[in-house]
Design a protein around this ligand. Structure first.
Ligand SMILES: [Zn+2]
Length: 252
């Protein structure tokens, strides 16, 4: 196919397809440079033409070589991953990049772009929460201990309360998990680690879902915590309780 391209108001050509490629590389032909080849009704900017024609490539499933292809999250066309920029789990092609970066600046994030929090940071948050809850419970027990040792009246209170300590601390944990996740999307441990629980589409988690999610963590905890470890091997880094409750943990 013979091409013509505009240079200083003149039509230059005919040149071959390969010449066009090298002219593009040499920046002699830019996105706004007008080009024409037989079969085209009119001259067109090279960038626009590229968008219309060149983006139509075989789908990733048709490719048998190792060159991995992905769909651009903006225009939906297929490209080699090497030519694209990666953002979270999404790829954006070179042509869509400027508009995409602009969107990022304006804070308009596409829904499917969530930065999933990995197994390690989540374990770290879990550890911190455990530390906070245990610390709180010990403090509470110490307060009752002081009350009980400061007179017979206190001892009576302590004896009355002691049998309830176990269920009370259980209730504290449930309230801790449900209220913090429902209200802020994160427990204090998660806040420190700058991670957050969201719905599959990145939305807010309701109190009810947070409540259910807490109980679903029991399932993740049984059999050597396999349900938790699942997060390390999942594409969206979901633990078992995330799958059950349709939640994701993301980095803020
Ligand atoms: Zn694109």
């Amino acid at each position: 196919m013979k091409w013509y391209h505009a240079a200083d108001g003149q039509a230059v050509g005919p040149v071959g397809e390969e010449d066009i490629q090298s002219l593009v590389k040499a920046k002699k032909i830019k996105a706004e440079t007008l080009v024409w080849h037989s079969g085209m009704s009119d001259w067109q900017a090279y960038g626009d033409l590229k968008k219309d024609n060149f983006h139509i490539r075989p789908k990733a499933t048709d490719i048998t070589d190792t060159d991995a292809e992905s769909l651009c999250s903006e225009c939906g066309n297929s490209f080699s991953q090497e030519e694209m920029i990666r953002y979270g789990n999404s790829y954006v092609c070179a042509d869509c990049k400027p508009a995409f970066v602009q969107k990022l600046k304006e804070g308009i994030l596409p829904e499917d772009i969530l930065k999933y929090a990995g197994f390690r940071i989540r374990s770290c948050a879990k550890f911190l929460d455990g530390f906070i809850i245990t610390g709180g419970t010990v403090l509470l027990a110490a307060v009752f201990g002081i009350i009980s040792s400061s007179g017979s009246g206190g001892s009576y209170v302590f004896q009355k309360i002691l049998p309830y300590m176990q269920p009370v601390s259980m209730v504290i944990v449930i309230i801790y998990e449900t209220w913090f996740v429902g209200r802020f999307g994160a427990t204090p441990g998660k806040m420190i680690c700058r991670i957050k629980v969201v719905t599959a589409d990145g939305g807010r988690v309701s109190y009810l879902r947070a409540f259910g999610r807490y109980f679903a963590t029991f399932l993740s905890g049984i059999i050597l915590c396999i349900g938790y470890i699942m997060a390390a091997f999942d594409g969206q880094k979901r633990a078992l309780h995330d799958r059950i409750c349709s939640t994701r943990v993301i980095r803020k």
